[in-house]
Write a protein of this length. Structure first.
Length: 443
């Protein structure tokens, strides 16, 4: 048995092993639930509207409540994992999402649909912060940015797979079959999480629940580390604060003098960048169709945008293991803003389909790659006792930007603004967010 003063040293100063890689990959798979939760409604909205006689304006309420649930879940529920544990929060969130998605398959009224989609959003919003935190705490410092950004690749991956699944499921089983399949798959993932996902070592050492030493040693054995004779002492004070705060005090601690500047810059960067990201996520097919292309081309543009995002997320994670993380985010975001201006010029110049789709792909790579780096920043800048709270509030306020941005774009499109004007206008907050991220100076 060995004695250590900081449990994080067990992860940071030893080679990464296959068990740690499996934990990160599982977190990525669980995050695909978030991508499904948004996209499942998008790919079935037309059929739901026809069957239940719901107009586009009231279907918009369903989307808004789902995003609002994600925002509130990230801001007010994710922080509970700093109290009950990362593993517990992931399990509860997966069950909540799985049950509400399954029940969505049986709805026959708009209020029930709104309520269930809001519930799914709460679960998905609470889960992402816990997944990012868990991946960060099981990854050595050298690979931490790569691990957290890899986990966030689950969102665009889930979005892509949901679109592909819809093409096979909806024609055969209808829109309800889509939610049955999604809910069942999510509950199956909850079972996988129960058997495969351990609690955070740092959380166990700080919170010290019953049998904490035994649980820590069983986890250490699973990752090939020596067992401990006793839990490290003084860790609660080592990171700058006691671990007995209420969830409200944990939220307020994000704005104490030690973290205020970083928190405000991080929140602003999240809000600005995600507002542009979701404008494109929501309106790319419509904007492409407005240029005179077929709906199939619009769908292809949406797929390429998300595929580019997956590649961009891994590219940024790899680069951030070699250069400063916040600098990479700033560069990726600035590049995406420049590419949006180029796209506006190409659209105004009546460029061909291949050129426009190529630009959309590269914009997705740079924009989504840069944005997801902010999750890694949030996981790095806060101590373990408020880490999930910090990540959750950053994500939650970002989701607010996800609600505001597409709404503004919708009014602009309805008002007759061209695709050129939309791309030029939303390149500005993207550039500003990239500058703010660059100022964080986080490795």
């Amino acid at each position: 048995m060995s004695a250590i003063t900081n449990i994080a040293d067990v992860i940071d100063h030893r080679p990464i092993v296959s068990r740690q890689i499996v934990i990160v990959l599982l977190c990525l798979v669980f995050n695909m639930v978030d991508g499904f939760d948004i996209t499942a409604m998008s790919v079935t909205a037309h059929q739901i509207g026809e069957e239940m006689q719901i107009g586009a304006d009231r279907l918009g309420l369903v989307f808004s409540f789902s995003l609002a649930g994600m925002m509130l879940g990230a801001m007010f529920l994710a922080g509970l994992s700093d109290i009950v544990g990362r593993r517990t929060m992931v399990l509860v969130a997966l069950v909540v999402v799985g049950v509400t998605v399954l029940l969505t398959a049986a709805v026959d009224s708009l209020p029930a649909l709104i309520l269930l989609r809001f519930g799914s959003g709460l679960g998905a919003g609470a889960m992402l912060a816990s997944l990012a935190t868990l991946a960060a705490e099981y990854s050595p410092e050298k690979y931490r940015s790569l691990a957290v950004t890899a986990v966030t690749a689950g969102y665009p991956t889930g979005a892509m797979l949901t679109g592909l699944a819809a093409s096979a499921v909806v024609p055969e089983f209808g829109w309800r079959g889509m939610f049955v399949a999604g809910g069942a798959a999510t509950l199956l993932l909850a079972v996988v999480a129960f058997f495969m996902i351990p609690e955070s070592l740092q959380f166990l050492c700080k919170k010290q629940p019953p049998d904490a030493l035994g649980r820590v040693n069983r986890i250490l054995a699973g990752i090939g580390r020596e067992s401990l004779g006793e839990l490290p002492e003084g860790e609660a004070e080592a990171d700058g604060g006691a671990d007995d705060q209420t969830i409200i005090r944990k939220m307020l601690s994000l704005l104490t003098p030690d973290y205020r500047r970083t928190t405000l810059i991080l929140w602003s960067a999240f809000f600005l960048i995600i507002s542009t990201l979701y404008v494109l996520m929501s309106w790319i097919p419509k904007l492409i169709i407005n240029l005179g292309f077929d709906a199939d081309v619009g769908n292809a543009a949406f797929t390429l945008y998300n595929f580019g995002g997956v590649l961009g997320i891994f590219a940024l994670g790899w680069l951030a293991s070699r250069w400063m993380l916040s600098s990479m985010i700033g560069i990726f975001s600035a590049l995406a803003a420049v590419l949006m201006v180029l796209f506006a010029g190409a659209a105004a110049g009546e460029a061909g389909q291949t050129a426009l789709l190529t630009l959309i792909f590269v914009i997705g790579l740079a924009l989504q790659g840069g944005f997801t780096g902010l999750y890694a920043v949030a996981a790095k800048v806060y101590p373990v006792q408020i880490r999930s709270t910090g990540v959750g509030w950053a994500i939650g306020l970002g989701r607010f930007g996800a609600v505001i941005g597409p709404g503004i774009a919708g009014y602009l499109i309805a008002g007759g603004f061209s695709i050129t004007a939309n791309f030029l206008m939303f390149a500005l907050p993207l550039l500003a967010g990239g500058v703010l991220a660059y100022l964080l100076r986080i490795r």
